[in-house]
Design a protein around this ligand. Structure first.
Ligand code: SF4
Ligand code: SF4
Length: 293
């Protein structure tokens, strides 16, 4: 496959400003990591400041190394860090200090731990809610190998949104994701959350990894069938030459068409769709707009 040149619509200015610097300082004081910084996310300026509503930041829990190795992801695999028992409280303190109204928690996969990290994740949700009542918490969770008792631990901690990313269409799961992940397994996690709670469910798809339109459509239908409320679509970008190649840079107009299909035809609560959209893109603002306004 030929290496396509990055189109102009993917070029963004680096973030700056007082709020940006303040947040960075608070994170360093608490020795915390955000996906926003680690992944060099192009939306950082927009998300952290909040254009018209609450700002959003995504905290990465349970270390910087993952027990899995997905072909699209830049996180290092193996050599797992021990869990930091102080982390739940450190995150809660940082969220309160920064003054976020909406926080996204995510984690590496911890297949190495007996509960795959579900308990630590749930403890962090509770610590934030105790320290900052009224805050909205979104959790982007691993698949917990489809173990229902582990997904239930997250549900029982009562976050406002539970997200789990299906990442791509059924046919491309294994060139794209680690072999321990899978389409049906991810659907079953989302189905369980919908069945067992009133918590909003959310998922994300990367476009540009070789999928066909009819497969995107089928995936959206499958997601709707298991009760997903919110879907986000964004362009896959290759983190390095050793990662999966981009198969196509999808035009912004096509993203807009998918947004309309998802919202108007398939009746998702909302769909954020655009080349730079990531699972947590302006999550606070969009959630408040769609659900609370
Ligand atoms: Fe990256 Fe998540 Fe895959 Fe781990 S499971 S390699 S963090 S995408
Ligand atoms: Fe952070 Fe997510 Fe926004 Fe990127 S899209 S800056 S990771 S909150």
């Amino acid at each position: 496959m030929s290496r396509a040149r990055k189109p102009d619509w993917l070029k963004m200015a680096p973030p700056s400003g007082e709020r940006f610097t303040d947040i960075k300082e608070t994170l360093r004081e608490h020795d915390l990591h955000t996906v926003c910084e680690e992944a060099n996310c192009p939306n950082l300026g927009e998300c952290w400041s909040g254009r018209e509503g609450p700002g959003t930041a995504t905290f990465m829990l349970m270390g910087e190394r993952c027990s899995r190795g997905c072909n699209f992801c830049d996180v290092e695999t193996g050599g797992m860090d021990p869990l930091d028992p102080e982390e739940p409280q450190q995150v809660a303190d940082a969220v309160a200090e920064i003054g976020l109204d909406y926080v996204v928690l995510t984690s590496v996969d911890r297949d190495d731990l007996p509960d795959q990290g579900a308990g630590h994740f749930a403890e962090t949700i509770r610590a934030i809610k105790e320290r900052h009542p009224g805050i909205l918490v979104e959790c982007l969770i691993p698949d917990f190998q489809g173990e229902e008792r582990l997904v239930r631990q997250i549900v029982d901690a009562e976050p406002d949104v539970i997200a789990h990313n299906i990442e791509t269409v059924d046919r491309l799961q294994w060139p794209v994701r680690d072999r321990r992940a899978g389409y049906e397994q991810s659907l079953s996690v989302l189905r369980q959350v919908d069945r067992e709670s009133d918590i909003y469910t959310k998922t994300s798809l990367m476009l540009g990894v070789g999928e066909y339109d009819h497969e995107i459509y089928q995936t959206l239908r499958d997601l709707k069938t298991v009760g997903v409320d919110v879907v986000t679509l964004g362009q896959y970008l290759q983190p390095s030459r050793s990662h999966l190649e981009v198969s196509e840079y999808v035009h912004p107009d096509a993203f807009d068409t998918w947004r309309r299909v998802a919202e108007e035809e398939l009746d998702f609560l909302y769909c954020a769709s655009g080349p730079m959209v990531r699972s947590s893109y302006r999550a606070g603002e969009l959630f408040v707009e769609a659900v609370l306004d």
